[in-house]
Design a protein. Structure first.
Length: 1119
């Protein structure tokens, strides 16, 4: 390709650009170059230019496509030097007054900076106590009677009392400004606090805000007393003043309080009142805060919505600065004898470092610097500007229609906030459509910057790869959060990339200063930051010294970030430590796409709503993507977003109007919704759904269902035998009706899926069908698929399934199978009917691009049936209605079979919950109308039936739970109403009472080859040491003799040892010992997770390479 480079760089950047481009192209003008090079070469030039780019850099690259046509490929540096087409202006005008180009919209910036500085100057004031200073010098790990944050707040409260006025902030501020605060007076007042320190006394409004900032700079206040939680739920705090009557020292700030005099309230070394640097800074920033006093008091008095974003920004700046300064521990050169008189803030090992006064002033300086840059961070981050989407081909034309709908809904001169539902059906290309929609939302419709939040970690690399291939996103525009470097290395092997080195150059290593790591997860990105980006990163994260900084920077800077929602939701869910700081910054600067938003339980949806609310508070756009979004879920998320947007508009002087958009594969619609009128949104949504339902009813019927009869028996063992037999008969019947013919052998071939709700029934069903007696003309080849499998084997399994079940090439009934595994089974086996069967948990339901001929579902919710139906007949064209059902739904799920008298069986996963959400029957023949089985689609999920019968209909129960979930009447801290309409957001109670993904955390083990012993075993990693752990969690290898008679029935035969040896062959050098290589590789790829309670359970866990880890459900397994 012939390309033309044009430079408008200035100063030193001019010489740098010339030096780089002269190496690749012919200079045909002062600052113009022309050459012929490959696309990879053009990207390499761009990478080199970016690495050296500064504010003075401006280079465009244009592709000369023909005699009369050229195309702008990219611009590096200052885009304002060119127009949107890359044309150089002949004249320019300039107006730059006080940086209004990026400070505009932040009328409270001066207040924000003053409040940040004052909070920073007092945030660790309580460390001046005798107790804390003694603790530093003795390197003691004992728990404080009161945490230093609480002591700092008590010090401020004492100052307010000394001032004589606990209603007006003028009095206590002037004590500092006039130098009238006396050390002895404060000491005496603190001694008097000894008996009243469990609660916060009355204080003026601005001090109250400062106290909250100080209290929350390490963790939000939260009580774990159940009785107190109940009281809180009954009496929600509608104001900060009311909240302070509730918060006590026991909300996370109290340890073991001594009976006598509390050393936390003794201050023999003073209070820094005679420290010149600290006093100077305090006077400077209190003076500035006094200037803003009227504005801040009005926000407090009126309970203004602007207070929420203001305090969130201040807390973010304070915590970032504290983390930054604390990571730069600097030891002092004060003589040892003088150190006794000095107040310190930290230690470095056993050595005292950071004078308290220095720490406070440095944190204040850094916090103000960060606060000053926040407007720039919110609006001026890097964007992806190289993506140009071609017109979509059938059947994806709807994507371009959706883009045109957004373009037509844009209003000139008006800032708009966008809330979009993408409800296109499964397999219609929602992932690509979301990227197109995000690009269309940008001011010029040509750039994008957003975060894609996925529900499963296993989908991030897959989606990142899809973005690179389909959207041609370059490596410097995309970052992908991965589970580990091992996962990425395996994925890259699949992509045939060079994996000789075990240490990839793109992801950053975990480790560094020893301080808390802000981003634990591994990140796949390319290190090509510009000079200015690295310099800017220094402000937040000490980018030149911190080895983690580039990883953190990629998380923040890359225009498109693909992550699981678990990483992004930390912006609202982290209540202790700094793990939420980077996600908050990312949310500030990027729009948000949440994929499969309805895949979460109602409890998890509360946390997701908190994230959507934050997106509104920060003024970002939101896309929710799923084919099965129920009306109440859409309404609840919209309510959360618009409540957040009201906060944004109150804080900003550039208010945004609300525009809602709905898109699916049939049509698109938009509506300008006035804020605080959610009913209008509900009517518009209902109108869109009614039209969608009409279209869905006219579609070809690709999926029909039938209920598979089964009944609970007298014992659990008999019930299991009955369940297996019903499954077996259904497998044969569904194969008879839905199969293809192998061209070579003429045999019947079908690919079937059996979905069970939980791992143990999944593996036990595999064992039962494996040993079952099948008809003489039938061969069944099974594969067990779930998450409790060794990383390396699961990767091999998913890679294989992704390949063999991508069946877009199959157009006819006769198929020429080329896969070597399939071919071996078909050629070797003499039986006419060949069934390839995947027995899986819900991991198969979401994100997997697999096409089965038929499926059997153990029901847990109506949504699970719809989602699983999307894996049946997914790729192949269907021109007319199918005649026979291709989906079987078990009459009862296994919990209902095993315990017929149990009140709750559709749970974990499911929507049943005691005491209010119970079904009268658990029989699918009674729970779902017969007509629904004639066409499995999203209609029952996206349209609410009237009247609702939540006790007798499965889908009605789901709608009822979501209707109750979105209600704002309940102001309890664990409800959406409590988060959006009270001050509970200032505590950790919402996250404590309703955490995201609640449950027992998994326990990570390693299936490791021990080079010394020459054998495999299960190990736990503790501080870098591998400790044998199989016996401790009762994990044993499943007896081979039980599987040996049936091994030919496994579809994909796998051996962990053989896989390790295959990996070793790739990596081993001639002089290396094979055993050591196998040990190293197994340590990298041998990850296996068990439930956290595994080592406390008396039950035996079994493991096999084909089956993963599991429990035995019943004593007998018969076919």
């Amino acid at each position: 390709m012939m390309v033309l480079f044009t430079s408008r760089s200035e100063k030193k950047a001019l010489l740098t650009v010339r030096r780089i481009l002269d190496q690749f192209a012919d200079r045909i003008g002062n600052d113009t170059w022309q050459t012929i090079m490959t696309q990879e070469g053009v990207q390499e030039v761009r990478k080199l230019l970016r690495r050296s780019a500064t504010k003075s850099t401006a280079v465009s690259c244009r592709w000369i496509r023909s005699r009369n046509r050229s195309q702008l490929l990219w611009v590096v540096g200052n885009r304002d030097k060119f127009n949107a087409e890359g044309v150089v202006p002949v004249n320019t005008t300039r107006k730059n007054i006080l940086h209004k180009e990026w400070e505009g919209g932040w009328p409270y910036l001066a207040l924000l900076k003053a409040l940040t500085a004052v909070a920073a100057l007092f945030h660790d004031w309580g460390k001046s106590s005798d107790h804390f200073q003694k603790k530093l010098r003795s390197s003691s790990m004992e728990k404080d009677p009161y945490r230093h944050e609480w002591v700092s707040c008590q010090l401020l409260a004492a100052v307010a009392k000394i001032s004589g006025d606990t209603q007006d902030d003028d009095a206590w501020m002037h004590l500092f400004l006039d130098g009238k605060l006396k050390k002895t007076t404060l000491k005496n007042e603190m001694k008097n606090r000894n008996n009243q320190a469990d609660s916060l006394p009355a204080m003026p409004p601005i001090m109250r805000i400062l106290v909250w900032l100080i209290l929350s700079h390490h963790h939000l206040p939260v009580t774990r007393n159940e009785m107190e939680c109940k009281i809180c739920a009954e009496d929600p705090p509608m104001s900060l003043e009311r909240l302070f009557l509730t918060v006590k020292a026991e909300w996370g700030y109290e340890g073991v309080v001594p009976a006598g005099e509390n050393p936390c309230f003794s201050f023999s070394k003073g209070f820094l009142l005679d420290d010149d640097d600290w006093n100077k800074a305090v006077k400077k920033w209190l003076t500035r805060l006094l200037r803003e006093k009227a504005q801040l008091q009005q926000l407090c008095t009126d309970s203004s919505l602007a207070l929420r974003p203001l305090l969130l920004y201040v807390r973010e700046a304070l915590m970032l600065a504290d983390h930054f300064v604390s990571s730069q521990k600097c030891q002092t050169d004060i003589p040892i004898e003088e150190q006794k008189k000095v107040l310190y803030a930290n230690t470095d090992g056993n050595k005292l470092c950071d004078k308290l006064s220095s720490h406070l002033t440095r944190v204040a300086t850094q916090a103000v610097n960060i606060a000053h840059q926040l407007p720039l961070f919110a609006s001026e981050m890097d964007v992806a500007d190289t993506v140009r989407f071609a017109s979509a081909k059938a059947p994806y034309h709807w994507q371009d229609k959706a883009v045109r709908e957004i373009q037509s809904a844009k209003q000139d001169g008006i800032d708009q906030a966008w809330f979009i539902l993408n409800m296109a059906s499964t397999g219609c290309g929602k992932t690509t459509a979301n990227a197109k929609l995000m690009q269309a939302l940008s001011p010029d419709g040509k750039v994008m910057r957003y975060t894609l939040a996925l529900g499963l970690r296993s989908l991030t690399l897959q989606t990142g790869s899809e973005y690179r291939e389909r959207m041609h996103l370059t490596k410097d525009e995309l970052a992908v959060i991965i589970g580990s470097q091992a996962i990425e290395a395996l994925y890259q092997q699949e992509k045939n990339e060079n994996t000789e080195s075990e240490q990839k150059s793109s992801p950053c290593e975990i480790g560094g200063s020893g301080e808390e790591e802000l981003l634990e997860d591994m990140l796949s990105f390319e290190d090509n930051f510009t000079h200015d980006q690295l310099k800017y990163l220094d402000i937040y994260l000490d980018g030149r010294k911190n080895p983690q900084a580039k990883k953190n920077g990629a998380f923040l800077f890359k225009p498109v970030l693909v992550a699981t929602i678990d990483q992004i939701i930390r912006a609202t869910e982290v209540t202790r430590g700094g793990k939420g700081l980077l996600p908050f910054l990312r949310m500030m600067s990027a729009d948000l796409v949440i994929d499969e938003v309805d895949d979460f339980s109602p409890e998890d949806l509360t946390a997701v709503a908190r994230l959507v609310h934050l997106a509104g508070v920060l003024g970002r756009n939101v896309i929710l993507s799923s084919a099965t979004i129920p009306p109440d879920l859409a309404q609840g998320m919209y309510q959360a977003y618009q409540d957040g947007l009201c906060c944004y508009n109150a804080f900003s002087d550039q208010a945004k109007s609300m525009t809602a958009v709905w898109v699916d594969e049939f049509r698109s619609a938009s509506s300008a919704i006035p804020l605080q009128q959610p009913n209008q949104y509900g009517l518009a949504h209902k109108n869109f759904i009614e039209k969608r339902v009409k279209k869905l009813r006219t579609q070809v019927v690709k999926r029909k269902a039938v209920v598979i009869s089964c009944q609970p028996q007298a014992t659990k063992e008999l019930s299991w035998q009955s369940y297996v037999e019903a499954m077996k008969q259904a497998v044969q019947q569904l194969h008879s009706n839905h199969h293809v013919i192998d061209e070579k052998t003429g045999k019947e071939v079908s690919f079937g899926l059996v979905r069970l709700a939980n791992i143990n029934p999944c593996v036990n069903m595999t064992l039962s069908l494996l040993s079952a007696d099948w008809p003489d003309d039938t061969a069944v080849f099974l594969m067990c698929y779930h998450s409790r499998q060794v990383l390396l084997l699961r990767h091999e399994q998913e890679t294989y399934l992704d390949y063999v079940l991508r069946r877009k090439h199959e157009k006819e009934k006769r198929v020429s199978f080329q896969d070597t595994v399939l071919r071996a089974h078909l050629d070797r086996n003499q039986k006419q009917r060949c069934i390839f069967l995947v027995i899986a948990t819900p991991v198969e339901e979401i994100g997997r691009d697999h096409d089965f001929d038929w499926a059997i579902v153990e029901p847990s919710s109506y949504r699970s049936i719809i989602q699983l139906a999307g894996r049946v007949h997914r790729h192949r064209p269907c021109l007319q209605d199918i005649s026979a059902p291709n989906i079987g739904v078990m009459q009862f799920n296994w919990k209902g079979m095993a315990n017929p008298g149990q009140r709750v069986v559709f749970c974990r996963p499911g929507f049943e919950k005691t005491p209010h959400y119970l079904l009268q029957s658990h029989d699918m023949k009674e729970l779902v109308p017969t007509d629904n089985w004639a066409h499995i689609d999203a209609i029952p999920r996206v349209q609410i039936p009237r009247p609702l019968r939540p006790q007798s209909q499965l889908i009605d129960l789901e709608h009822q739970r979501l209707a109750d979930w979105r209600s704002l009447d309940d102001k309890s801290p664990d409800k959406v109403g409590g988060w959006q309409q009270t001050c509970w957001w200032m505590t950790g109670l919402p996250q404590y009472l309703c955490p995201f993904r609640a449950g027992v955390p998994d326990k990570d083990l390693c299936y490791r080859y021990d080079a010394e012993k020459g054998m495999l075993g299960f190990y736990k990693i503790d501080k870098g040491e591998y400790i044998p752990y199989g016996d401790m969690c009762n994990l044993k290898s499943y007896p081979e003799e039980k599987l040996n008679p049936y091994r030919e029935r496994f579809w994909l035969s796998r051996s962990y040892m053989a896989s390790l040896q295959a990996q070793a062959a790739r990596k081993m050098h001639s002089d290396e010992d094979e055993g050591n290589v196998l040990q190293r590789i197994s340590e990298r790829y041998g990850q296996l997770t068990l439930p956290g309670y595994a080592d406390e359970s008396a039950r035996t866990y079994w493991y096999d390479d084909q089956l993963g880890a599991f429990h035995i459900l019943v004593k007998e397994r018969k076919g």
